[in-house]
Design a protein around this ligand. Sequence first.
Ligand SMILES: [Fe+2]
Length: 379
Amino acid sequence: MAMPWLFLHSAREVAAGSGCASRAAEHARKRGCQRPAMVLDPWFAGSEAAKSIAAELREACGNTPAMIAVPAGEPDLDAVESVRAALAKADPDLIVVVGGGSAMDTAKVARMLLSNPGPAEKISGPAGAPMVPHPSLFVAIPTTAGTGSEVSESAVVSVPGTNYKMIFRNQDMTPHVALLDPVLGVTAPAGVTAASGLDAVTHAVEAFWSKFANPVTDMLSREAMRLLASGLPRAYSKPDDLQAREDCLIGSMLAAMAFNSANLGLAHAIAGSLGALHHVPHGVANALALPHVSAFNETATDKAKEVGAMFGGGTASSAMFRLRAQLGLDRSLDEWVKPDALDAVAAGAMRSGQLRCNPRAVVVEDVRDMLERMRAPHG
Ligand SMILES: [Fe+2]
């Protein structure tokens, strides 16, 4: 008999297509918003696209939006505090975040702290502490296809000066409206398209073979894999291919809808440890781990065959090695981590809650062995 299962979803609206970012202003008009605020990725803050969304919001709300740039880098509590303080000053009834996963996660937590004052620890925890919802309309416009944070109910923020990442999870954190506008991503550097896209691929694959997958998440993961397998290499090699960009945005959104309920697995456990201890960028860490994790999991789940077929044939691991090579992500772990630090990385990965979702049980020696293999750039 099938295991009992649970599917969670909390976004009210998802729209996709060139120019759909303008729906933010339409919502503002319909709802009578008067105090808009925009939270922006630093590289996107001065762009023409940002100015154009701001102009539409000004016209719809009758007031110029407060423009709040998220400090550069991986999201941490200092960045959250800086955005929270700026939002508190603006007292917004509409918050529009435009950016990648870091900007979206920062905005999600900063917004919740407006209605839940006090230290962030109070509302953190993977199980989801009770939170008072903030009354603002919350719109997310992703500029890269990767985390799918625009439809997920969680955010991950590091604690400065430590190796600790704080997890926040609550359905009231999910943006109400997600607008997937492919035009916004065409200026992203190719390396960002590749690494964030590989993160989305890892979400789709790990949610698909997760022990907590269910019929709804399977449907979402399969379509996410199909779209990413076709769209990601095209978006990487031809940045202005809008159809490819849109396929990647939809793929990453569907993958996030899947992992929001099915959770992730061993590749994210390793990527989390590499990010926390050695600041390996999240997408790159997944690119390093996923082919080896696939080889490890192949014997434990029939779904691996489907993963291989979805990404061009062969085993899941050979397909993942091929994909990352196509995206210029054939790198060696030695670029980031000294060999004598690998034991600590393995120990960190073993502490991850994601391991309980992985289709094959794992012990520390398995992870250590995979980390050793990750030192060779070509598997
Ligand atoms: Fe991820």
